[in-house]
Design a protein around this ligand. Structure first.
Ligand SMILES: [Zn+2]
Length: 207
């Protein structure tokens, strides 16, 4: 049996036909705490989405957001200026800005690490992936989620190194990790920080 709670807080149980109603009831009862936590988390997320963002995470820092009447989104004096608008439109404008920054920085850093490692991607792409920071296809296309630009610089470098090492090793074999460690000795630490970055993005309505 499986349980899901969707963004409108509908609770759904999936069960095979032979399962009785009592069994379903007791399954739901047993998972009461999980359901409650899930509802709390979704409510929190919906709330943060309907609010105007106060800060925007950018290369490991929380940048304060200021509003002006120009269309342009721009970083100035360590603050991010956006057009005063409805919350979703403001977020969309910031995400467009994130994508531009991601294209620029990730291309540069990938070129830097490609030279060092000696493997060059066929193509670099910036995606909207939520569940992964980066990926590498068998044809040598390296993709990064624009969300990677919100993480600290050391984590950005780790993801780039990870994906570039996949050009030669398409698996997560000990040999692959040994090569990652050569260029990023503290990769375990970066992985942990990235997990927290995901949680923070979720909490602040950027997922
Ligand atoms: Zn990998």
């Amino acid at each position: 049996m499986s349980l899901t709670v969707d963004s409108d807080l509908n609770i759904k149980v999936k069960a095979p036909l032979f399962v009785s109603e009592e069994q379903i009831d007791s399954f739901v009862k047993k998972n009461e705490k999980w359901i409650k936590d899930r509802i709390d988390r979704i409510t929190e997320m919906n709330k943060s989405l309907s609010l105007k963002p106060v800060t925007a995470p950018f290369i490991g820092e929380d940048i304060a957001i200021r509003r002006w009447d120009k269309r342009k989104t721009a970083l100035s004096g360590g603050e991010l200026y956006i057009r005063d608008d409805e919350p979703e439109k403001e977020r969309a404008a910031i995400i467009r800005w994130y994508r531009d920054q991601a294209e620029n920085l990730l291309n540069k850093r990938t070129a830097y690490w490609s030279e060092k490692i000696g493997d060059h991607p066929e193509k670099i792409r910036v995606s909207s992936a939520r569940k992964r920071w980066g990926s590498c296809s068998s044809t040598g296309t390296v993709s990064y989620s624009w969300r990677l630009i919100t993480a600290p610089a050391s984590c950005i470098d780790y993801v780039i190194i990870h994906e570039l090492c996949h050009i030669r090793n398409m698996d997560h074999s000990p040999e692959f990790w040994a090569r990652v460690r050569t260029w990023c000795p503290e990769y375990e630490k970066q992985k942990k920080i990235l997990e927290n970055c995901s949680k923070k993005l979720m909490k602040e309505g950027w997922m």
